[in-house]
Design a protein around this ligand. Structure first.
Ligand SMILES: [Zn+2]
Length: 168
């Protein structure tokens, strides 16, 4: 079932945003995909060149935000990024973009638990993913980034206690 408010809430939570951070958010369904358009509340930062703190809004540039978390949900985020222009020196620059995935917001404990669960041969990426309410793509990337498989000398039976390399 398509629930507009649920989709909006999902996006805001995913990026740690509050409704008060958002000027406009709309949600439409196009076939199998949900498209969310979002404009943030103007929160001008000073000009990076001259420091003038009264920039004008120049225009908006549409950026499509893609990430496996979104594509797993068949969700496309169209972020209308605001561009400022400095009235003093003419410099144009973007507002702060909160839609950058620097890393998945998953706690170290969760990562540890996920890796622990994956030691069990009966577990799959998708069974673990379900348990922690994340996508199996995310589980796979956690596995890839934390488990250093010694590919050259792979033993017949992999002892995960030996090959796991925790970076947390
Ligand atoms: Zn300036």
């Amino acid at each position: 079932m398509f629930d507009e408010n649920k989709e909006k809430q999902f996006i805001l939570q995913l990026f740690n945003l509050e409704y008060s951070d958002v000027q406009e958010v709309s949600c439409i369904r196009a076939g199998n995909t949900v498209i969310i358009d979002i404009i943030l509340v103007s929160d001008p930062v000073p000009c990076p060149i001259c420091g003038c703190d009264q920039p004008h809004i120049k225009n908006y540039v549409t950026k499509n935000i893609t990430h496996s978390v979104l594509s797993d949900r068949r969700c496309t985020l169209r972020y209308h990024a605001r561009r400022y222009v400095c009235p003093v020196c003419g410099k144009t620059y973007y507002e702060h973009n909160p839609f950058v995935f620097k890393s998945m917001k998953i706690s170290a404990l969760t990562v540890y638990n996920i890796l622990n669960d994956l030691k069990n041969y009966n577990e799959t990426f998708s069974s673990v993913a379900k348990r922690y309410y994340i996508s199996s793509t995310t589980v796979a990337s956690i596995f890839d980034s934390h488990v250093d498989m010694k590919r050259k000398k792979l033993p017949e039976m992999i002892n995960f206690d030996e090959v796991i390399c925790l970076q947390i």
